[in-house]
Design a protein. Structure first.
Length: 242
């Protein structure tokens, strides 16, 4: 059984980081701000709603909540981590509010929402003095945010299924679009009208497409197919949905 209190970081910094003293508290707060700032910068660089300050505040609040809980448990006989539990519930509510639906029927903010919640967990772990566990979790977290999107994009490009946001100049052009899609060796799985553009003068749809042609499966990326569809006279705008 692994004893998480025997943290390998003690060999580097010394026993003082495991106790609850002014220096260990400052050390935990410093690491909390540093790690969350890097995560926040990654989100802010991609223009997400929850950026640098939000991630720092969530992690800092979680770290302080855990430190206070440990102090109350050690000195006043508190039987459970009350503040930590409240903090993580509050973070879950905050992250849930960052999820929204765009006018293109896309769910936005899922990664940011999970990121805020995960940053809160990292803050609790750091506040508890589990330094190595925190750093391993943090590095995994950063890897998921920075490295995996490229892999995710590659897998999506290789998929035979994709969804597009389609804006036609006229409602009557929908049948022409469907006919063109079939001629290209594609199959339409679903077409959903988008009511957000009802008074725009455009006919706007979310279209789910499957690549059925063997030739297209081998040589064509989604972006190339969409670029070809963009040249159609009656297509006002088209893009792949995430």
């Amino acid at each position: 059984m692994i004893n998480l209190t025997n943290d390998p970081m003690v060999n580097i910094f010394g026993e003082w980081i495991m106790g609850l003293n002014i220096w260990s508290i400052l050390f935990r707060i410093f690491l909390s701000v540093l790690l969350s700032a890097i995560i926040g910068c990654e989100r802010a660089s991609k223009r997400h709603s929850a950026g640098l300050r939000t991630f720092i505040l969530v992690s800092l609040a979680s770290t302080m909540a855990m430190i206070i809980d440990i102090f109350l448990i050690q000195n006043y006989g508190l039987t459970f981590a009350m503040l930590s539990a409240t903090t993580i519930v509050s973070t879950a509510m905050l992250s849930g509010n960052s999820i929204l639906f765009s006018s293109r029927n896309q769910i936005k903010g899922l990664t940011t929402s999970v990121g805020l919640w995960g940053c809160g967990i990292i803050g609790l772990s750091l506040g508890a003095g589990l330094y190595t566990l925190t750093l391993i979790s943090y590095l995994t977290f950063i890897c998921c945010l920075s490295v995996f999107p490229a892999l995710e994009k590659y897998l999506k490009d290789k998929s035979n299924h994709f969804e597009v946001h389609l804006e036609l100049k006229n409602k009557s052009n929908l049948q022409d679009f469907v006919t063109t899609i079939r001629r290209l060796g594609l199959k339409i799985d679903d077409i959903e009208s988008n009511p957000a553009y009802l008074n725009s003068g455009l006919s706007v749809y979310s279209v789910s497409i499957t690549i059925s042609s063997e030739e297209l499966k081998k040589y064509k990326k989604h972006s190339e197919i969409i670029e070809a569809l963009r040249t159609l006279d009656y297509v006002y705008y088209i893009e792949e949905m995430n």
